[in-house]
Design a protein around this ligand. Structure first.
Ligand code: NAD
Length: 478
């Protein structure tokens, strides 16, 4: 891997010649270096994107755009194994999770490739002798600020949708995990994407990321990450009146009623917090259980948590390491607080025998009877920590589900059809799963939040629309 940016389909040395160490989360050891981008690199990338948009990309029709994305999807599948290894080593994801993410990335290409020529506008009835068209147009150059938790999947969700809508892109992946982007950019060029349509600038958020958010040449920003950084990005974008999509995480409830099919529900509930070591914005991190089944659920789930092993990514355990030392400290601090406040530890997973001393491992933890207003029940841990609490009736379940600062996803587990719909409508958030749960999954399903979970929608056809702007054309033909 080169410690260089990818601008105009070429490898470009960083303006300041500085690099950043890339650390393997499974060992804590450096294994590569990336370029440390700054405002000058971002400027070069935005200029390359603008030129490509004006001179080449906007003249290429939707059918050809779709073919290029389709070829890219095919190349991703052909390079599945190497991309999986890169993603796994870079993020600490167990190989099977990394492989699933690469497949998801390819699926996004297929989905959005097929959508390029289906972005219809509207005709609007107006005055006699007039015809009015509302047409979808690309923004121009879009900025993409990407987190470290699902890099390859996020490439599909954010970048593929924007390219499909006809934009040129400047991408600032996370400093902790961006190696798959460098490979994907090379594959995009091989697939026939014209020079400058896709540009990757690596580096720190406070440098390259901030420069991207405030660059006046950027016409739309897609941001996924923490609420604090999302606020900073939105403020910087507001200074040049640039629209932003913010996806900022959650504290998503799994709501289990007395008529639940526990055999079906428990493996899904466990996976929704163990997957990606809980570092998933849509992780099911709160477990609300009807009091009549509470002890049974805790007991069965505890056994299943104890069977989970956290270990190195290449050992392909169920739970990999956390991304970095800061994230591990953050999770340990939450757990120390739970301990200090006498919250019950119902279960903890095991550490693999081959887990290196320097790796950032935290076996999954199940906490019980967590007071609803406690920080463990209100704040996003972003680690494999599930907090459980009982509820007495449907009204209390709705209150607990909604009473946090977040509103992203809810899982509802009941066989009662009326209750399914009442709860689905009563949840204040962006996505509801009934008797299933899709942490990170479902490329076809519009996704996003309310409140501190952010605003705007990505994924599905709705996501494509957010990478367009609507133009109204009124013709007076008499
Ligand atoms: P972050 O929000 O700081 O980073 C996300 C992206 O934003 C990265 O590419 C980063 O380089 C960039 N960035 C950082 N500061 C920036 C700035 N001032 N201007 C522009 N871009 C900037 O997240 P983090 O520090 O890596 O993780 C902290 C917490 O964020 C985690 O503990 C977790 O709670 C949350 N998080 C959420 C998601 C999610 O999917 N919603 C993903 C990652 C992290």
């Amino acid at each position: 891997m080169r410690a260089q940016h990818f601008i105009g389909n070429q490898w470009v040395a960083p303006a300041n010649d500085e690099t950043i160490a890339v650390v393997n989360p499974s060992t804590g050891l450096e294994f590569a270096r990336i370029a440390r981008g700054n405002a000058a690199d971002i400027d070069a990338a935005v200029n390359a994107a603008r030129k490509a948009f004006d001179t080449v990309w906007r003249r290429i029709g939707p059918v050809e755009r779709g073919r290029i994305l389709s070829r890219l999807g095919q190349l991703i599948l052909e390079n599945h194994e190497s991309l999986t290894r890169i993603e796994s080593q870079d993020t600490g994801k167990p190989l099977k999770q990394a492989a699933a993410d690469i497949t998801v990335c390819a699926r996004y290409m297929e989905f959005y490739a097929g959508a390029c020529d289906k972005l219809h506008g509207q005709t609007i009835p107006f005055l006699q002798g007039h015809t009015v068209l509302a047409v979808r147009e690309p923004h121009g150059v879009t900025g993409h600020i990407i987190p470290w938790n699902y890099p390859a999947a996020m490439f599909g969700r954010s970048v593929a949708a924007s390219l499909a809508a006809g934009n040129a892109c400047v991408v600032k992946p996370a400093e902790d995990a961006c190696l798959s982007y460098l490979k994907l950019a090379e594959l995009a060029a091989e697939a026939g994407l014209p020079a400058g349509v896709l540009n990757i600038v690596t580096g720190y958020g406070r440098e390259a990321g901030a420069a991207l958010a405030e660059h006046p040449g950027i016409a739309h920003i897609s941001f996924t990450g923490s609420p604090a950084t999302g606020t900073a990005v939105a403020q910087a974008a507001a200074r040049h009146h640039c629209p932003v999509t913010l996806e900022l995480g959650g504290k998503s409830p799994q709501i289990v009623f007395d008529d639940v099919d526990l055999d079906a529900a428990l493996p899904v509930i466990r996976n929704a917090i163990v997957q990606n070591s809980g570092q998933t914005c849509s992780a099911g991190s709160r477990l609300l259980v009807h009091s009549s089944r509470y002890e049974e659920v805790i007991e069965r789930l505890a056994r299943s948590f104890e069977a989970v092993t956290a270990g190195p990514a290449d050992g392909d355990y169920d739970c990999g390491p956390l991304i970095n030392a800061t994230q591990l400290d953050r999770v340990k601090t939450f757990l120390a607080r739970a301990d200090a406040d006498n919250i019950g530890f119902a279960a903890m997973g095991k550490l693999a025998p081959d887990a290196a001393q320097g790796g950032y491992f935290q076996p999954p933890v199940l906490l019980r009877d967590v007071p609803h207003k406690h920080t463990l029940a209100q704040d996003e841990v972003f680690g494999p920590v599930l907090v459980a609490m009982p509820f007495a009736d449907e009204a209390e379940a709705v209150h607990l589900a909604n009473d946090t600062a977040f509103g992203l996803v809810a899982g509802i587990w009941t066989r009662d059809g009326g209750r399914q719909m009442r709860l689905a409508h009563a949840f204040h958030g962006g996505q509801v799963f009934v008797n299933c749960y899709g942490a990170g999954g479902g490329i076809e399903l519009p996704f996003g939040g309310v409140k501190q979970s952010g605003y705007g929608r990505e994924k599905g056809l709705e996501g494509l629309l957010s990478f367009t702007t609507l133009k109204t054309i009124t013709l007076n033909h008499g």
